[in-house]
Ligand binder design. Structure first.
Ligand code: ATP
Length: 205
């Protein structure tokens, strides 16, 4: 199975990296694909260039096998749609179950996503929950696809909904950008190599 972890990654931090590694181990994944979005359709434009966000991802993932950085959304014209990304991955990996990881906040708006029902033809959806997270009640479409059996995910290429609780670290890219703008030290929230990159390129000041 392959995991798909999308985001703005502006910048990537230990909250992302720890969760992605934990998910890789929990689901015994071949790898997790970190997919930076070009133009997020659900939030404001990032302040950093797409190339800079990509370079930061590449810095942290070089020399290891757990994560693959996938720049496909940066190479496509226009907005980033998960639908297009999954179509491309499904054609590259016709025989491998795909797990699309979605934060519980994002999942609460899932039915507004472009061709959201068809996403289940292409991948499983794994909602990442925090302890005590508030979740909207599930509609019939979701209820029919819900499973709590990881084996079902392994045995099918797509089509199921799974909820996975993980220990999320209280780290956000917004808070890190705020710290840098106010000259506070963000050390230990993200890799040193990324902090060096941020200062070298004078990001977020
Ligand atoms: P921002 O503060 O700019 O909104 P962010 O830190 O939330 O950014 P994103 O790039 O928007 O990061 O998030 C990418 C994915 O990582 C999303 O699915 C999000 O839910 C998840 N994520 C973000 N922060 C954490 C964290 N601390 N622990 C686990 N997952 C996280």
């Amino acid at each position: 199975m392959i995991g798909i972890f999308g985001g703005t990654f502006d910048p990537i931090h230990y909250g992302h990296l720890r969760s992605a590694l934990e998910l890789k181990e929990l689901f015994e994944l071949e790898h997790v694909r970190l997919i930076p979005c070009a133009q997020p359709v659900h939030r404001d434009l990032p302040t950093t260039s797409a190339l800079q966000r990509l370079e930061m991802l590449q810095l942290v993932t070089q020399n290891q096998n757990d994560f693959i950085v996938d720049a496909q959304e940066l190479q496509r014209e226009g907005g980033s749609y998960t639908f297009d990304t999954l179509i491309a991955l499904r054609s590259n990996y016709p025989d491998v179950p795909l797990l699309l990881f979605v934060g519980s906040d994002a999942f609460n708006n899932f039915t507004t996503w472009f061709r959201w029902q068809e996403l289940f033809d292409l991948a499983h959806v794994v909602v990442i929950t925090r302890p005590n997270a508030a979740l909207n009640s599930l509609n019939e479409f979701f209820k029919m696809r819900l499973t709590n059996d990881k084996q079902i995910l392994k045995n099918h290429l797509a089509g199921h909904l799974f909820f996975q609780q993980i220990t999320q670290l209280e780290i956000s890219a917004t808070a890190i950008r705020g710290m840098i703008a106010t000259r506070k030290n963000p050390r230990f929230l993200l890799p040193d190599a990324i902090i060096d990159y941020i200062y070298q390129h004078q990001l977020y000041f």
